[in-house]
Ligand binder design. Sequence first.
Ligand code: BDR
Ligand code: CA
Length: 314
Amino acid sequence: KPTILIDADTGIDDAFAILYGIKSGKADIIGITTIFGNIPVEQATENTMRVLKLAGKENEIPVSQGAAQPLVRKVDVFPTHVHGVNGIGDVELPKSVQRPIPEAAGDFIVRSASEHEGELIVVALGRLTNVAQALKIDPGLPAKIKHLYVMGGAVHVPGNVTPASEANIWGDPEAADFVIQSGLNITLVGLDVTLKTLLHQSHLDMLQQTCSAENQEIVSFLNRSMSYYFQFYRQSDALHQCAPMHDPLAVLVAIEPGIVQTQQMNMRVECRGEHTLGMTVADLRRKPAVGSPVQVCLDVDGERAIDLMLDVFI
Ligand code: BDR
Ligand code: CA
């Protein structure tokens, strides 16, 4: 079983990603670190605690709160039109009695990497600020972490938050560039593949009929939160009753890497461009001279990916 730490700005698709990871039973999830992004970090922490309670894991999986702001920029607006005011489609989940651990996310990542040296897989579902901070605390981290899967970036497809940029990279480009140049083994699970991984209302209707009694509340939560997400994607991308499963795909790839095709590319993140801030720039020339190597996911069997994500609730 892979040892996984999830870093999340717990919004609608992050919540599904966490629930999938837990319910798959195929990963040892040793903790969740939280980050600003879809919502302020305090709300991401609150959502994470509630999602863990929903999964019955609130006493087992520690939550550590991370960065409230990017490394060098300032953020004060959050995409409520995408994830709702509370970040999980304005669904009210029961409150957890648990609190986050006192250790900050960067320290928690560093300690986890030492305790599971050579084994730890980090799956980052939001801005890369916490991972960058962990690298600053322990520059030896790339030798200790087995792999970092990042939901982020767009190489052969347009961005989602700007024409060139995907939201997680755009939201802290300095952190993303720092992490990519750090020497960590990285796979980018970006829009090239997540846009091919569409969850439809019909999938959820089917799941509602087939899921086990113990998972009924989870499936009901998925149904309610996804309806908010589907509405956003209807308005922004003219999608009909469906949405891309960005974050769940990143966790799925960490557990089942064979689901995607990847290509190694040298990459930098644009940190200055007026129209290209946060763009993932791959050096696709015959002799790449810019950036550090990362594995970029370019293709996925999206229908099979969705089936694998949903099967764990049956
Ligand atoms: C990413 O941005 C957030 O809105 C989602 O949770 C996902 O991590 C997609 O660009
Ligand atoms: Ca996310």
